[in-house]
Ligand binder design. Structure first.
Ligand SMILES: [Zn+2]
Length: 284
């Protein structure tokens, strides 16, 4: 699909604006980033890479796409849409930037975009990034938008440029989030609740630790709303395999326990997810 240059995109090296120059983005200091033919750009700075191929592997990304495209998490995507509609109703005019930090294969943002009423769709810009280039390639294949490989620690976006910032099962960097959120912007955090996939976790872990200790938000964000989404889904072996592959569970469990989980023809799992909307707090 077509790469869209968002005006708030910044050079990851020196944070100055980027402009399009044929098939590259360049800054005034001559840093150049090629737009891949798939329609995304790699804006990972030299210091942001800890390995040669950071983030989810190609295999994990395919597993996630297979699982999400079967719409087992559609209620979560619907919740993202509801939050977006609620937020947009408070913004009478002007462009609205929806940013997904750690966007994976773009499932949530794409669901939001395709279900927005036309007038809103025309006013919104989709921006998503992930540290896995395989994930970003999937996004670019899915829909037009500003898709780039990047990390939460050094988001190549201008200050105060994001209106709604989604962090869906991600690794938040609150200092970065605070910097790029517009004054009336909202951070949407989506995190697993205590019962999330509990039936699978009971098979995989010998002892399940309660998840009640959630990291506090320090003083930089206020929780505006909190909503729990809970439902059951029934998965066959292939879907369980995809779920195990796309989550960190797979790597923390023993082969025996993985095999035990996959020996079931059908497993009913609880989805228990918390949606929080946060606004930046004023610090004295
Ligand atoms: Zn530069």
């Amino acid at each position: 699909m077509t790469f869209v240059l968002h005006p708030a995109l910044r050079c990851p090296v020196d944070a100055v604006p980027l402009v399009m120059d044929e098939l590259s983005l360049v800054c005034e200091h001559g840093h150049r980033f090629d737009v891949a033919r798939q329609g995304y750009v790699n804006l990972l700075g030299p210091k942001d890479k800890r390995s040669k191929d950071p983030g989810d592997s190609k295999e994990m990304v395919s597993a996630r796409a297979a699982f999400l495209n079967a719409d087992f998490y559609q209620p979560l995507a619907d919740a993202c849409l509801d939050i977006t509609l609620g937020y947009c109703s408070t913004v009478a005019e002007g462009r609205i930037t929806l940013l997904d930090a750690g966007c994976g294969d773009g499932y949530y943002l794409h669901h939001v975009q395709k279900n927005l009423p036309n007038d809103l769709r025309n006013r919104t810009s989709l921006v998503g990034f992930d540290i896995s280039k395989w994930a970003v390639q999937q996004c670019a294949r899915r829909c037009d938008g500003t898709w780039f490989v990047g990390s939460n620690r050094n988001i190549p976006m201008a200050d105060a440029s994001a209106n709604l910032l989604f962090d869906v099962f991600g690794f938040p960097d609150y200092a970065s989030f605070r910097r790029i959120l517009a004054p009336n912007g909202r951070l949407v955090r989506v995190t697993p609740g205590d019962r999330h996939l509990i039936q699978l976790r009971e098979i995989i872990y010998p002892n399940i630790k309660p998840r009640s200790e959630r990291a506090p938000y320090q003083e930089t964000f206020n929780v505006v709303s909190e909503k729990h989404i809970t439902y059951e889904m029934s998965l066959g072996t292939e879907e369980l395999k995809s779920l195990l592959l796309m989550t960190p569970h797979m790597f923390r469990s023993t082969p025996e326990r993985r095999q035990q989980a996959l020996s079931k023809d059908q497993l009913t799992l609880t989805v228990d997810v918390i949606f929080e909307e946060l606004e930046t707090a004023t610090i004295e």
